[in-house]
Ligand binder design. Structure first.
Ligand SMILES: [Zn+2]
Ligand SMILES: [Zn+2]
Length: 307
């Protein structure tokens, strides 16, 4: 017979683990500040300012951490599910977000617009007293999501876009045989192409009134003007000057995109945090643009990314 203590050890009791739980809700919202005229709201928030509002199917990922109990769990998932429903989705599902919670009541001085990042931050405050939350991700749609990693006004905002381009991986000073030995089929002389998927993540403080870490339309315009337009439907080695003497591997392309976006993103008030370039279903490159400053990668973001 195995002693109970040994059994517990085998089940990992006391050892730490991060778990995630997904929940969904559908809700509408409207970006319109009462202190602005309808024209100013339209100018600032575009079609998001059109009354009576519009809706999204939101997806929430909750990452929680803690030691395993004797049953081999960080938390009982049934209790997690009920806490998320009770504290968050019951209050938001099929509702008008502006009217759901006092944080979004714009008649109040402290009221802010229910943007993805502001909503994610308020959900953190609702869940943190009940669950050991270490990270939250909220998808407004598949190409726009926010991450929050603590009880502060700081949030990460990510947008996804794509471009198609051709490249050839070869170093000009090497022979064909040497290049094939390094780059394999990617060194074939006439190149080949990919549909690149590009995720850009910025970090910043949520504005107490607009609820935004930066102007989303401006961020989308920067990524489009500086990356998608110049890269899309090109042969990278020949059409993008940087790659005339830099092999356009996924890693080098991601680094170049980070260099192109870093300063312009800073001008929006946010900080470029991460560039993720997916070349195919089988490979991707990630550049943490802030690692030299932060000297760390937020591990909770990793857990959310894999959820
Ligand atoms: Zn919206
Ligand atoms: Zn390739």
């Amino acid at each position: 017979m195995t002693a109970p203590a040994t059994r517990s050890q085998r089940h990992g009791r006391g050892r730490g683990c991060v778990i995630t739980r997904r929940a969904t809700f559908s809700a509408s919202h409207l970006y319109s500040l009462p202190e602005l005229t309808p024209e100013q709201n339209q100018e600032r928030f575009g079609r998001c300012s059109l009354a009576p509002g519009h809706g999204h199917n939101y997806e929430l990922i909750v990452a929680m951490a803690g030691p395993l109990d004797g049953d081999g769990m960080v938390l009982n998932l049934s209790e997690v599910k009920h806490a998320i429903r009770r504290e968050v989705t019951d209050a938001l599902d099929f509702r008008f977000l502006n009217a759901c919670w006092p944080e979004f009541d714009l008649r109040r001085h402290e009221g802010r617009l229910p943007t993805t990042e502001a909503l994610c931050q308020v959900i953190w405050q609702r869940l943190a007293p009940h669950l050991p939350v270490v990270g939250l991700r909220l998808y407004e749609q598949s190409n726009l999501w926010a991450d929050v990693l603590g009880d502060s006004m700081e949030a990460f905002l990510s947008i996804r876009t794509h471009f198609a381009a051709a490249h050839r991986l070869a170093r000009p000073e090497l022979s064909m045989a040497e290049n094939e030995a390094i780059y394999g089929k990617c060194a074939r002389p006439h190149g080949h192409g990919h549909n690149y998927l590009l995720d850009i993540t910025v970090r910043g403080a949520i504005d107490p009134r607009t609820g935004m870490v930066c102007d989303l339309a401006e961020l989308q315009r920067l990524v489009n003007d500086l990356v998608v337009e110049p890269f899309d439907h090109t042969f990278l080695n020949k059409d993008v000057p940087h790659f005339a003497d830099c092999v356009p591997t996924a890693e080098n392309i991601a680094l170049h995109i980070a260099d192109l976006l870093s300063a312009p993103v800073s001008a929006t008030g946010a900080t470029l945090h991460k560039v993720r370039l997916q070349e195919s279903p089988n490979n991707a490159a990630e550049v943490y643009a802030e690692v030299p400053q932060l000297e760390m990668r937020p591990l909770a973001l990793e857990a959310l990314a894999c959820a």
